[in-house]
Design a protein. Structure first.
Length: 147
């Protein structure tokens, strides 16, 4: 059963000469299917992907798949120690991106929890950045979501 939740996302992006931290607070849906947790939320103008829905599929601490559908369609697969070639839509065109996972730590339960992901990105086999995502899922009181 899908549950309405509060989602906090912190993304840290480190390249050779730049560091950027982005924080997002939103509402979304959270559910479990076939042993995997799913986190879904609507993107906004603030993220640059307005009109898209992002779904994270968390397969314990083995693999996390980020899939974005709508105005921007992308898929990133993070698996510890494995490099995946992924399709990423940046809004003005598509890129083929290499994603190498270095850490997946999940304390997700049916009541929410935390997810930590660390991975590096490359474009055309050229190193781009080290990235970290910290996601917190919280079950709100029903009045919080209605406000």
């Amino acid at each position: 059963m899908k549950k309405d939740v509060l989602i906090s996302i912190k993304g840290v992006y480190n390249s050779e000469d730049d560091r950027d931290v982005i924080e997002l607070f939103t509402t979304g849906q959270y559910y479990k299917r076939k042993g995997c947790y799913y986190i879904c939320y609507e993107e906004s103008e603030a993220t640059g992907f307005e009109g898209s829905t992002t779904t994270l599929k968390v397969e314990e601490e083995k693999m996390v798949t980020l899939e974005r559908t709508g105005s921007a369609n992308s898929q990133l697969i993070v698996e510890r120690g494995v490099r995946h070639q992924c399709h990423y839509d940046v809004g003005c065109g598509d890129l083929l991106v290499g994603v190498l996972g270095s850490k997946i730590k999940s304390s997700l339960t049916d009541k929410g929890g935390n997810l930590e992901i660390k991975y590096s990105l490359d474009f055309n086999s050229m190193y781009s950045s080290e990235n970290e995502m910290y996601i917190h899922i919280k079950m709100p009181s029903s009045s919080v979501l209605k406000a």
